[in-house]
Design a protein around this ligand. Structure first.
Ligand code: SAH
Ligand code: MG
Length: 192
């Protein structure tokens, strides 16, 4: 039988960037306290966060999108192991190709860091009026304030894009965002 700890171990050994402990605890608490039932996740990886959210309560469902085939297959396997096939709808595609009709109580953005503004803009139409958009990795493993010290151009570019996302959230007319220095940095955005 596969357990949550096994997923954490697999992620560690295979360099899969699942949520950090404090981050996932924060997210799970938020879901409990705010009676969130219907979640959309961008970036499933191996299904870890989707499974943890679903295990909170029988009434919670998650739709989750993953574009990497190997991770997608691993996620499908894990979802089966936890008997959550009826609760988790996993879509194998690039999120930018996915058109959803439904609305969700919570949209969790945890995918390519360079595209956060685009994910936000694309999926906000799928957010319930009272819903929230939660984003992970806003500290980018502690690199977010060190843009000028980063040698890799690629990494510097990503940090710049994440900083743009943070400004986009701070200056947003439609959404009010609270930033939490928890895990790798989490934001919670609600319609004003
Ligand atoms: N939420 C997961 C971790 C996700 S890691 C957890 O905490 O358990 C980020 C994942 O997003 C990676 O597996 C990556 O392949 C996926 N991803 C990145 N950009 C994507 C996109 N445009 N569409 C779909 N998946 C994407
Ligand atoms: Mg993350």
């Amino acid at each position: 039988m596969v357990r949550i700890l096994d997923l954490e171990k697999y992620a560690e050994e295979n360099n899969i960037p699942i949520m950090e402990h404090d981050g996932i605890e924060f997210l799970l608490n938020y879901i409990k306290e705010n009676d969130i039932k219907k979640v959309l996740e961008i970036g499933s990886a191996i299904g870890y966060s989707a499974i943890r959210m679903c295990l909170l309560d029988e009434s919670i469902t998650v739709t989750t999108i993953e574009r990497d085939e190997k991770r997608y297959k691993e996620a499908v396997k894990n979802i089966k192991e936890f008997n959550l096939e009826d609760k988790i709808n996993i879509i194998f595609d690039d999120a930018f190709n996915v058109e959803l009709e439904d609305t969700y109580d919570l949209i969790f953005i945890d995918a390519a860091k360079s595209q956060y503004i685009k994910f936000f803009e694309k999926f906000k139409k799928n957010l319930d009026n009272k819903g929230v958009i939660v984003s992970d990795n806003l500290k980018f493993h502690g690199l977010i304030d060190k843009e000028n010290e980063i040698e890799s151009r690629n990494v510097r570019g990503l940090v710049r894009k994440l900083n743009k996302y943070i400004s986009f959230l701070k200056e947003n007319n439609e959404f009010e965002t609270v930033f939490y220095d928890i895990g790798d940095g989490i934001s919670v955005s609600k319609r004003k």
